[in-house]
Design a protein around this ligand. Structure first.
Ligand SMILES: [Zn+2]
Length: 367
């Protein structure tokens, strides 16, 4: 196979070393409408609209995971609304990042070199493509006050939003915008909410380190760092903003881009960046005002400790659990049971030992 030649926007000298090896093996060229081959660009791109009046600075991201394209489609649809003057940004500022991870997007895969939505910090000496994204994305996030991050899921789940912590002055994730974040969550157009991610992740790290110390097992250092759980929304909160991850439905569901589109319009209206009293899309199917909410709080993560740890059935996220339900059996015969009513989240039957096996969440009576 001949060598591919790709024109790349300049990132900095050292990136030219890493990119060609990645590109030559893994990127599939697309075909445009005239039938000629188009190589995907790896340039980082954002589009900003600033209204004439003062207001909130919002950023909307799509394709943080490259195979989750509902946000990308929705963002381009909203941009078309603005460019066609069906929608006006009258105050504040909105920045759209339609393709946050262009390498993963070009490959049609979840990640490029690694998961962009973990360990997201600016990096002094970038080693992989996501480090370069971080060095562009983190300062960009810091220029904004609110982040709406649009994702989709492999499983056929209804849409749900991941929310941050209550207001607190702790070390892990200090936060002061609980009320504003929850108010935004309620207008997105989805009814299911999950919080507790970073605190649960950090507790899991403590448990993992203790287990490894007790058994003499070696762990990947990344798996022992509570800050490894920091992705886009956690980073946004760490620089003084508030943020929501919206899982808009499954990757392939044709309704997922509509969920993302409606969420963007509702966010723009809620933050008064547009003056639409009834947001565009409010009359579309599935968009009846949400009156009842389902709130779930993650409170525990269980690692797989041994390759022979096994589930007693095939679990899917949001499968309900009653206190005492048998979830899995450890390789030494110990039963793993639910210790509260709620549901299972993100079960991974194929997890490697020393990594997250499943999360459990309990039902709350408020979001
Ligand atoms: Zn995702």
């Amino acid at each position: 196979m001949g060598k591919r030649v790709l024109s790349i926007t300049i990132y900095g000298a050292s990136l030219t070393i890493i990119i060609p090896t990645v590109i030559e093996t893994n990127i599939n060229p697309a075909t445009n409408e005239s039938g000629s081959t188009v190589m995907p660009t790896l340039a980082f791109k954002s589009i900003n609209y600033t209204g004439p009046k003062q207001g909130v600075r919002l950023i909307v991201t799509g394709a943080v995971h490259g195979n989750e394209t509902c946000g990308t489609k929705a963002i381009f649809r909203v941009i078309d609304d603005i460019e066609s003057q069906r929608l006006s940004i009258v105050a504040g500022s909105v920045t759209f990042v339609p393709i946050t991870n262009p390498l993963a997007y070009a490959r049609g895969e979840r990640v490029g070199d690694r998961n962009l939505n973990r360990n997201l910090y600016p990096v002094k000496a970038p080693r992989d493509f996501e480090d370069y994204i971080a060095n562009w994305l983190c300062p960009l996030l810091a220029q904004h006050e609110v982040l709406l991050d649009l994702h989709s899921t492999r499983a056929q789940n209804p849409p749900f939003a991941m929310l941050g912590p209550e207001n607190n002055a702790g070390d892990l994730q200090p936060f002061v915008h609980y009320e504003k974040e929850r108010a935004l969550a309620k207008v997105l157009g989805v009814k299911r909410f999950v919080d507790g991610w970073l605190a649960t992740y950090a507790r899991g790290v403590d448990r993992r380190v203790a287990y490894a110390a007790g058994t003499g097992k070696q762990l990947n250092p990344l798996n022992t760092d509570p800050h490894y759980g920091v992705g886009t929304t956690e980073y946004m909160r760490s620089v003084g903003g508030y943020s929501i991850t919206l899982e808009c439905g499954s990757h392939d569901d044709p309704a997922s881009p509509d969920v993302a589109y409606r969420a963007i319009l509702n966010t723009l209206a809620h933050l008064r960046l547009t003056d639409a009293s009834t947001p565009l899309g409010a009359s579309t199917e599935n968009s009846a005002p949400v009156a009842e909410f389902e709130a779930l709080q993650m409170y525990e993560v269980h690692d797989k400790n041994h390759a022979d740890d096994r589930f007693v059935r095939t679990w899917a996220s949001f499968d309900p659990l009653k206190k005492g339900d048998l979830i899995g059996i450890r390789h030494d015969g110990v039963n793993v049971v639910a210790d509260a009513d709620g549901c299972i989240l993100f079960p991974d039957a194929k997890a490697e030992p020393g990594n997250e096996w499943f999360y459990v969440a309990k039902t709350l009576d408020h979001i």
